[in-house]
Design a protein around this ligand. Structure first.
Ligand code: BT5
Length: 294
């Protein structure tokens, strides 16, 4: 074990006791064929408290851009705002990547949208028994991927800045949780009406390693495009993968709640919502509830 601590907090779990589709290094390395996410930057653990936490420690110690941290199970999987992410063993995917983009810290939320686009493409490309699975993922601002109106994946972007005025990014950790094979009863009871897995919709178990390889390839592709061409193409693609614009929404902010209609994503990736009185509000961070969501 290195000096980072936190891995296998409950003792050693043998990798050969994991499910055959676990994305262990020997399975993943041949699938990481160059590009941003290379074999020598891939880290798998049977158990971690949080892949985001561990990836942040690696990044602080100088891990290169493109380092990937994956766990079979998390004991303290994190969501936004201190919420938790249900992370049982052997079923789903918990992955964090280290990025070091040359961008303003205040634009870092665009990387959450980027991960969403990569996720949507990876899910849309899934196949079962050699035939397209034809899943129809939809992005919900800012960090959810939905299937059949339920949450199948979530993104947590956390960063560290480097200048005194916190303008530039030292590193960003983009953490992604995907419910790949979890059956309804594997979710905590409180989530059974709102969460779903890829396998439930595809009606077939899916291989986590293959899905992860596809997801990393999509992340590489969209990150490369983002670094070269900026946010505009990503914004267009995000909108193409979302039905949010035009929908009635309720917005939950730390300071207030309000209802309105989702109008657009602005050039920075913020959500523009028109309230009943006609006022346009720019939502930088918050929760969006669609009709029927509580
Ligand atoms: C998120 O937060 O959706 C971000 C989730 C990111 C998880 C990944 S796993 C790898 C990496 N390492 C980490 O420690 N985290 C990242 P948020 O929008 O705040 O949503 C959290 C809410 O989603 C919770 O309060 C629950 O209501 C719900 N939830 C929790 N676990 C879920 C699951 N497995 N599937 C669907 N919904 C879930």
């Amino acid at each position: 074990m290195n000096g980072l601590g936190g891995a296998n907090p409950e003792g050693v779990v043998a990798e050969d006791s994991l499910a055959p589709d676990a994305p262990v290094a020997p399975v993943m390395l041949p699938l990481l064929t160059g590009g941003l996410f290379r074999a020598d930057r891939y880290h798998f653990f049977p158990v971690l408290d949080s892949t985001n936490r561990y990836a942040a420690l690696l990044a602080q110690e100088g891990a290169e851009e493109g380092s990937v941290v994956v766990a079979d199970r998390q004991t303290e999987g994190r969501g936004r705002l201190g919420r938790s992410w249900s992370s049982p063993a052997g079923l789903n995917l918990y992955v964090s990547v280290v990025l070091r983009p040359a961008m303003r810290a205040r634009d870092a939320a665009q990387l959450t949208l980027l991960a969403g686009v990569a996720l949507a493409h990876a899910v849309a490309a899934l196949s079962v028994d050699g035939r397209p699975a034809l899943l129809q993922p939809e992005l919900k601002w800012p960090n959810d991927l939905l299937l059949q109106g339920r949450k199948v994946a979530g993104v947590l972007t956390e960063m560290r800045t480097c200048t005194e005025r916190n303008e530039r990014i030292r590193h960003v950790i983009v953490g992604i949780g995907v419910n790949v094979n979890g059956a309804p009863e594997t979710f905590p009871e409180a989530l059974r009406d709102t969460a779903i897995s890829l396998a439930t919709v595809a009606r077939s178990p899916l291989d986590r390693s293959l899905f992860l390889a596809g997801l990393l390839a999509q992340l590489d592709r969209w990150y490369g495009r983002f670094c070269q061409d900026g946010f505009a193409p990503l914004r267009a693609e995000w909108l193409a993968c979302s039905r949010l614009v035009g929908q009635p929404v309720r917005i939950r902010l730390a300071s207030e709640n309000f209802s309105g209609q989702a109008m657009a994503l602005d050039a920075d990736g913020c959500l523009l919502v028109q309230r009943a009185n006609g006022m346009l509000t720019r939502v930088v961070a918050g929760d969006v509830l669609l009709p029927g969501e509580r």
